[in-house]
Design a protein around this ligand. Structure first.
Ligand code: 4AD
Ligand code: MG
Length: 466
């Protein structure tokens, strides 16, 4: 039977006899006449204090099993609590132990454990306050994102995960095949001796999508404003605090939007979802401010209250070049700015989010619209403190001849992209979009500094446990 959660019990409008709570014991302490247990069910940061008094029953046999990690059901009376910081406590009358827990072996102990250790027990770390809070915030953030787009006239679309198009043209696609690659000798071969993917399930070589953008463009050029929210995959061997091989991306795409409209949307979107989560998860965010990132609340205010700086690439270079001695990679016009440069701009120079636009075409994706100068493109990155790039965006090249020329220059197989070019052949319009990395947004909102700790089961180089 569905029972009220502890969150609901703690928000009750009054005391209640015959209340039931189920969850996991966080801690128990005993005094001479009373015992107290903190019971948490994951519904909120707060635990319900359960009081065991000899007046209400003989708990001496069951108390030793009420150890950290044990799963229990407690029946009793919800009464106003004399203790500070909690409205109610539960006076136990009956206890049922679902599953015991050996305190010697249970890896989740009250004492502070490191993030590195907790990653090795990712199946149990959601039982800690921090990771449960992270997962609740993750859920609220996803909901805030859907709410934002829903309130602004967007259609939620689903783009494929198996795809033959490398949407970023960066060669980071995982190959997906129905062939048994452990038996290479048995695989069909072309005359040239290569694996013959025309005999594979899809009749061609496919991979896992790196981005839903291209299919998103097709849908935007029919529905006007769309967004995707789904998993994307990149086989980049980047062992950093901000890269995952599997991450979720939110990709809005809008017909008739130029780059400036795209920037307005991206800024409003980031601010709006940040405010929304701040309003919905005050207690969980307070936990992060207390135990993870002391400057969190100021950082979030910095996002919501400041106008993002809009900075052309050429102007960024003028700021960075004079301080080149700080950087590992020296900046000059044409260099692809790296995390160290991005972070200098946002953390040291502007001290607020920056929207960096008009980068050189040599360091840009093939689909970004070429500016009239012939050198830069209408692409844009949103950079934020502590993380660097959180959004990659652009106005799309909507001129058939220019796009085809660019693809040829990049030695792309133009024939494979005919459907994408059709969007420029038939009723082409200016259009723009962006991709927000969901995990990076989670890092921003929680102050958690490693991407491995903002997703329940991270997929990173050398690691795919669970
Ligand atoms: O800048 P990216 O590569 O842009 C695109 O994929 C475009 N197709 C988006 C679009 O215009 N529709 O990736 C977008 C965002 C990045 O800014 C970053 O936040 C995140 O996705 N991202 C990653 N997050 C975690 N791990 C990785 N390996 C990531 N690569 C990109
Ligand atoms: Mg990018």
């Amino acid at each position: 039977m569905a029972l009220p959660t502890i969150r609901e019990l703690l928000n009750s409008s009054g005391p209640k006899t015959g209340a039931v709570a189920r969850g996991w014991i966080k801690t128990r302490r005993d005094s001479k006449i009373l015992s107290f247990a903190e019971l948490n069910d994951g519904s909120c940061r707060e635990s319900l204090q359960v009081v065991f008094s000899a007046e209400n029953g003989d708990f001496s046999a069951v108390l030793p099993s009420l150890v950290t990690g044990a799963a229990v059901e407690i029946r009793g009376d919800l009464v106003a609590s004399p203790a500070a910081g909690q409205k109610y406590e539960l006076q136990a009358r009956q206890v049922k132990v679902y599953g015991g827990c050996d305190p010697e072996k249970y890896p989740i102990q009250k004492k502070k454990t490191s993030d590195e250790f907790l990653r090795t027990v990712a199946h149990l770390r959601p039982r800690t306050n921090k990771y449960a809070a992270m997962l609740r915030v993750r859920s609220e953030l996803a909901y805030a994102i859907h709410t934002y787009f829903r309130n602004n006239g967007f259609t939620y679309v689903h783009t494929p995960i198996f795809t033959a198009s490398d949407a970023e043209g960066a060669g980071q696609m995982f190959t997906a095949t129905s062939f048994d690659l452990t038996r290479l000798a048995g695989l069909p071969r072309t005359e040239a001796g290569e694996i013959d993917f025309s005999k594979d399930l899809f009749g061609k070589k496919v991979g896992l999508t790196v981005s839903g953008q291209m299919e998103g463009e097709a849908l935007a050029l029919a529905l006007g404003k769309i967004y995707t929210f789904g998993p994307t995959f990149r086989a980049e061997n980047s062992n950093t605090y901000r890269h995952c091989a599997e991450f979720w991306q939110i990709e809005p795409e809008m017909a008739f939007y130029e780059l400036e409209d795209d920037m307005d949307l991206a800024e409003d979107f980031i601010k709006s979802i940040t405010r929304d989560v701040m309003a919905k998860c005050p207690s969980d965010l307070e936990l992060f401010a207390k135990y993870v990132e002391p400057t969190l609340m100021d950082n979030l205010k910095n996002i919501t209250d400041n106008k993002f700086e809009r900075l052309a690439y050429t102007d960024a270079v003028k700021i960075l070049e004079p301080v080149n001695d700080r950087f590992e990679v020296k900046v000059s016009w044409g260099v692809d700015l790296a995390s160290e440069h991005e972070r200098f701009l946002v953390e040291q120079h502007f001290k607020k989010p920056v929207m960096l636009f008009n980068k050189p075409k040599e360091v840009a994706a093939f689909y970004m619209k070429l500016n009239d100068d012939g050198k830069t493109v209408r692409g844009m990155d949103v950079l934020v403190p502590r993380i660097g790039e959180i959004i990659g965006a652009s106005e799309r090249e909507n001129r058939l001849d220019v796009l085809e020329g660019r693809m040829r220059d990049l030695k792309m197989k133009v024939d494979d992209y005919q459907w994408f070019l059709d969007l420029r052949r038939f009723g082409s319009v200016p259009h723009s979009g962006f991709g927000l990395g969901f995990e990076r947004m989670m890092m921003l909102i929680t102050g958690i500094s490693n991407i491995r700790d903002v997703t329940a089961f991270p997929r990173v180089p050398g690691y795919a446990e669970f």
